[in-house]
Design a binder for this molecule. Structure first.
Ligand code: ZN
Ligand code: ZN
Length: 361
């Protein structure tokens, strides 16, 4: 029995469910191969039925592994018909994948037949451990980052705008085969670097600034996520100091990452180092997050998450320091946990890099 089948049987047994409904897009892709934006999978002990609308029927026939593929006019009434027909009593669903309005409508459409039970475990727990095919796609997506960045780095000069850097990266990634941007790229230069999520603006890069570039793409459904902070021309001592601290925090966390440790303990490696240098108040976000069929998925690497890290998990390591009015630094790699430690999937060198400014270099 595959890990997926075993997990399904475990979910069915844990809550004495007759069936499970899967709504979430990433879960659907993971469980049955469907890459469209609208469909539902019904799983029971002995069958799996996929439902979608007419737009996706042909695509579903090509992609989906299921015993039956059905077309509905309205998703919820199509589901209600299936539940009536299969005479199921208890149906599980992922509470995070269904809106309150959908839940209430399903209950209304199935007044007697079924009760709907939130699942005790989320699919993302299963999804967090990547198999070798998934790691191949994730590595490919990470390599696209590296190739695109190599094309764009000569353009990062005083005068180019943040927006143009983001557009050049997007164009290069898509030309190389990236399916879509992983998120709105962050290009934050100078004092804007203090904004951890400073989406690229019309600001031009100036000599003597740090530029933080956070970008990624998708390949075969799997995402890449990586951040560099580069200097354009000579940067001041304070900026160089925080760069060195963030790099040390990043390198220390990667060196410390081992299967069996808790997510919060890995977060603490970087957080304690930054706090020890006096910048604890300026690292406000978690150390990282899982990456896979979603760019932010389980497990989050935060001070609160006690989940155990296991071999096959893919997570980012992205400490940062953000000084209002001064600037900021974030350095991010995506790693895969191995049996003994971890390996980086992203491969752009992260050491201090000074690009030509307007002054003598
Ligand atoms: Zn990122
Ligand atoms: Zn990230």
């Amino acid at each position: 029995m595959s890990d997926k089948d075993a997990f399904i049987q475990q979910l069915l047994a844990a809550d004495q469910l007759d069936g499970i409904l899967v709504f979430d897009r990433a879960d659907l892709r993971y469980l049955c191969g469907f890459s469209g934006s609208d469909g539902v999978l019904y799983l029971s002990e002995h069958s799996r039925i996929f439902l979608t609308d007419s737009r996706y029927l042909e695509q579903a026939r090509q992609q989906v592994e299921a015993d039956d593929i059905r077309c509905y006019k309205s998703k919820l009434s199509g589901l209600a018909d299936l539940i009536e027909e299969a005479r199921v009593r208890r149906v599980g669903f992922d509470a995070a994948g269904v809106t309150v309005a959908q839940f209430e409508e399903l209950q209304r459409l199935c007044p007697l037949a079924a009760s709907f039970v939130p699942l005790t475990q989320r699919w993302e727990t299963l999804r967090s451990i990547k198999n070798s095919d998934e790691l191949t796609q994730l590595k490919y997506a990470a390599d696209l980052n590296c190739q695109a960045f190599a094309q764009v780095v000569p353009l990062i000069r005083p005068g180019i705008t943040e927006r143009d850097i983001a557009l050049e990266l997007e164009f290069a990634l898509k030309k190389l085969g990236g399916e879509t941007n992983a998120f709105d790229f962050i290009v934050a230069s100078g004092v804007r670097g203090a904004l951890p999520h400073g989406v690229a603006s019309d600001k031009a890069i100036c000599d003597g600034e740090l530029v933080t570039i956070d970008f990624g793409t998708r390949y075969q459904g799997y995402y890449s996520d990586e951040t560099l902070t580069v200097a354009v021309g000579e940067v001041g001592g304070k900026l160089r100091q925080i760069f060195d601290i963030v790099l040390e925090a990043h390198d220390s966390a990667i060196a410390a990452a081992k299967p069996g440790m808790r997510a919060c303990d890995l977060d603490a490696v970087a957080r304690d180092l930054i706090a020890g240098k006096g910048y604890g108040d300026f690292f406000g976000h978690g150390l990282g997050h899982g990456v896979g069929l979603e760019v932010h998925e389980f497990p989050p690497l935060t001070a609160k998450n006690e989940a155990i890290l296991s071999a096959g998990m893919v997570v980012t390591i992205e400490p940062g320091i953000y000084l209002p009015g001064v600037g900021g630094v974030r350095i991010e790699d995506t790693i895969v946990m191995s049996e003994t430690g971890c390996e980086c999937l992203t491969s752009i060198p992260k050491q201090f890099r000074q690009l030509p400014g307007t002054g003598p270099n």
